[in-house]
Structures are given as structure tokens and as C-alpha cells.
Design a protein around this ligand. Structure first.
Ligand SMILES: *[C@@H]1O[C@H](CO)[C@@H](O)[C@H](O)[C@H]1NC(C)=O
Length: 224
């Protein structure tokens, strides 16, 4: 038993950072288990920027990014709502809604979402275009032990997954900052130019743990 426990601890601690530049996570089937948990030591956020690219053909609700704390399972969440055809950033369990995006299947989409606790405003960028700045939640930071998961939506801290909200497809270039990125930096990210990598989650030095069938594969975009 003790040995088993030690093994588990070793496996968890062995997540040395990987450079995933040019790579992607492939989520090849619909389950309520397959996921990537990203490790970060940061447990308080007065502001947030999260960027990611994703590729899917799902025609139902699905999760793009799920960050939970013990008190807020939707502490910072990016969700596609199929019924209302909108991308929904949730911050501290409060939802904002962005409709009118051309979220086509079978192509890469770049999404960046910012929020800061002073103004309480959130803004999303979709394939290079900014949305309007909306009020969602102000006054208090996102605080407490942070669990970041790709592929599944957390209804509790690190669990409560729902098959019908899971992500199937590919994800890449996931970055997170504990500040609001300037619009110039966001543009650079969107255009795949050089930008400042995330200081909370850095795709070029990613500490993560895969559960069940998720693959790390090359993201091939150019033929020579
Ligand atoms: C991100 O990772 C790269 C590669 O390890 C490193 O050079 C860079 O300094 C990191 N950036 C941040 C902000 O941590």
C-alpha cells in the first residue's frame, strides 16, 4: 500500500515540463474520462488571459478550457453552447455570452479570453477579431487550489465530468497569463507570430498529465 502510494506520488511529481511547440493534443473519442490536467503553481488570479486553438466537428455543447477552484467549479471556463450558438466564458461561476462567431467545424479556431477583477470586464477574441467588453464579475480574485483540465468540463474540483460536454478533436497552443494581455500581443498570438508565452501555462514548457486516450501528435500545417 505504501509502495503504491509512493508510486502514485512519483508519477504525479514526474511531470517535467515539455516543449509542445508544433504539437497538439488529439482527443479521438467521446468519453467522460479522457483529459489533460495542466499543472500550475499559481493559486490566485487578479486578472487572466487564456488563449488556445481548437479543431472539432462536434455538433453539441462542448468544453474548450476548464479551470476550477474548490469554491468555483467554473472559476474560469470557456464553453461552446450549441443551442444558442455562442461561446461562453464563465468567470467565478458567472456566465457571459458571445454570439455571432463563425465557429465552423473542421478548421482551427483561435480563441483568447481576458478578464480583470478591478473592472470586472471580460473580452473574447475569436480568429483575430475582438468582441465587446462585457461586465461579468468584479471585486474578488479567483483564489484557491487551481485545477486546469482540457477535454472535460469540471462540475466539481477535478471531477464531475459529463460525456455530452466533452471535447473531441484537437487542441494546441494553450497559454495562460495572470494579467490582461495587450491587444497587440493577442494579435500576435492569433497570427502565430512571436508573442510572450503564458507565465501561468506555457505551451513551450507544459507540465501536464494525460488520463485515458489523449495523444500528443505533430500539428502539421505545411508541406515541403
Ligand atoms: C516558456 O517556455 C520557454 C521554453 O522553456 C521559455 O524559454 C520561456 O522563458 C517560458 N516563458 C515564460 C513566460 O515562462
Amino acid at each position: 500500500m505504501k509502495f503504491l502510494l509512493l508510486l502514485v506520488i512519483l508519477t504525479v511529481c514526474d511531470a517535467s515540463p515539455q516543449d509542445l511547440s508544433g504539437k497538439m493534443f488529439t482527443f479521438p473519442q467521446q468519453t467522460n474520462t479522457a483529459r489533460v490536467q495542466i499543472t500550475t503553481p499559481t493559486n490566485e488570479f487578479n486578472a487572466v488571459t487564456v488563449c488556445h486553438r481548437s479543431f472539432t466537428d462536434l455538433k453539441r455543447d462542448h468544453i474548450l478550457f476548464s479551470l476550477a477552484t474548490p469554491t468555483n467549479s467554473n472559476a474560469f471556463l470557456i464553453f461552446w453552447d450549441e443551442t444558442n450558438k455562442e461561446i461562453e466564458p464563465h468567470i467565478k461561476d458567472k456566465k457571459s455570452e458571445y454570439g455571432g462567431q463563425d465557429y465552423k467545424p473542421n478548421m482551427w479556431h483561435s480563441v483568447c479570453t481576458t478578464w480583470d477583477s478591478t473592472s470586472g470586464l471580460t473580452q473574447m477574441w475569436f480568429d483575430g477579431q475582438p468582441t465587446i467588453r462585457k461586465f461579468v464579475s468584479s471585486g474578488t480574485s479567483i483564489r484557491g487550489s487551481t485545477i486546469i483540465i482540457l477535454g472535460q468540463e469540471q462540475d466539481s474540483h477535478g471531477g464531475g465530468f459529463d460525456l455530452k460536454q466533452s471535447f473531441v478533436g484537437m487542441m494546441s497552443d494553450v497559454h495562460m497569463w495572470d494579467y490582461v494581455l495587450s491587444s497587440c500581443e493577442i494579435r500576435k498570438y492569433m497570427d502565430e507570430l512571436n508573442f510572450t508565452p503564458g507565465n501561468v501555462v506555457n505551451w513551450s514548457a507544459l507540465e501536464y498529465q494525460i488520463t485515458d486516450r489523449v495523444l500528443v501528435e505533430n500539428k502539421q500545417t505545411t508541406c515541403y
